[in-house]
Design a protein around this ligand. Structure first.
Ligand SMILES: Cc1cc2nc3c(=O)[nH]c(=O)nc-3n(C[C@H](O)[C@H](O)[C@H](O)COP(=O)(O)O)c2cc1C
Length: 305
């Protein structure tokens, strides 16, 4: 029997597939539904200090190779987010990751303190959203010093393990990941959407998204995400969630072999449906059986050896 379980910062996951932040992660019931469909853990949509409308519609578009979004971090605010985590924990045993975003370091600290009161299994700090740069300035994730500083600050505010979500845009990802580890990060999520990018409606001769530009996800970014995971694996000892362009079991195995301990799924939920978790777990199992792998652990980092 293939053992699909894995462990992230001492938290056991029945399988390596984690619902990425921003996809079906607003309410407890939709998160529980994702677990029913086979996710090993779920991440809530990133929450900020207060309710935020985000960018005007259309905020999402697709093309042959993936998806582009400029949702703009719309969310109901920390108090509602906390309520949903509480409800989820009453409904479901699967691990839940609380995701927070802010435009200031001190606010990351405050949000972390607040979210810790309802004990999510892990806390993810989203320091890498590419489509709010006009408001937020350069994301913390693109600057090694800023990434160190915000991680250190957040770690002082909680006892819950902290995942730092980095950006595939970083060309010096090894340096940035090392700084996060030095500051006390317990894991790295590698990573967010790539971009921003642009798609144009040639009939109207206008950008498709109202925000014009958006973060790119799905199959188009997989080789870049894999390379970043590879580099981070070589740079740090803490575990990595490999996120970006995973659509099927083969992609997930590639992420593991590049060095990921668990695998994030976002766009694939749209392209293959909510039961994509069960489907990909079956595909991983099929691969393991055919190639004589007994456990996920045997595949982590395998391509480096
Ligand atoms: C519609 C949409 C909304 C997203 N919202 C968030 C968010 O709120 N916080 C966050 O950290 N990442 C967010 N992301 C990024 C995803 O969590 C993920 O990192 C990215 O899409 C790459 O993975 P994928 O190729 O599997 O989709 C969002 C992505 C999409 C497509």
């Amino acid at each position: 029997m293939a053992d699909l379980s894995t462990e992230l910062c001492g938290i056991k996951l029945n399988n390596p597939l984690i619902l990425a932040s921003g996809i079906m992660g607003v309410t407890a019931s939709s998160l529980a539904n994702v677990v029913k469909n086979g996710a090993g853990a779920v991440t809530i949509k990133s929450i900020g200090p207060e309710e935020r409308k985000g960018h005007p519609c259309p905020v999402i578009t697709t093309w042959e190779a993936g998806m582009m979004n400029a949702v703009g971090l719309s969310n109901a605010g920390i108090d509602r987010g906390i309520e949903e985590i509480k409800k989820f924990k009453e409904m479901c045993d699967a691990p839940i990751i609380g995701s927070v975003f802010a435009f200031k370091q001190s606010l990351f600290g405050e949000l972390t303190e607040k979210i810790s009161t309802v004990n999510p299994d892990l806390i993810e700090i989203n320091i890498s959203c590419p489509n709010v740069e006009s408001e937020a300035g350069t994301p913390f994730a693109l600057d090694a010093k800023a990434a160190y500083s915000v991680t250190k600050h957040v770690k002082e505010k909680t006892k819950i393990p902290v995942i730092v979500k980095l950006s595939p845009n970083s060309l010096n990802i090894k340096e940035i990941a090392k700084e996060c580890e030095k500051a006390g990060a317990d894991a790295i999520n590698m990573g967010n959407t790539l971009g921003p990018g642009l798609l144009i409606n040639i009939e109207t001769a206008k950008p498709i998204l109202a925000n014009k530009f958006g973060g790119i996800s799905g199959p188009a970014i997989k080789p870049i995400a894999l390379k970043r995971v590879w580099d981070v694996y070589e740079a740090v000892k803490i575990p990595i969630i490999g996120t970006g362009g995973v659509t099927n079991g083969r992609d997930a195995v590639e992420m593991l072999m590049a060095g990921a301990t668990a695998v994030g799924l976002g766009t694939a939920v749209y392209s293959r449906g909510i039961d994509v978790f069960n489907k990909i777990n079956d595909e991983i199992k099929g691969f393991m059986k055919k190639n004589n792998y007994k456990s996920i652990k045997e595949m982590i980092g395998k391509a480096h050896v």
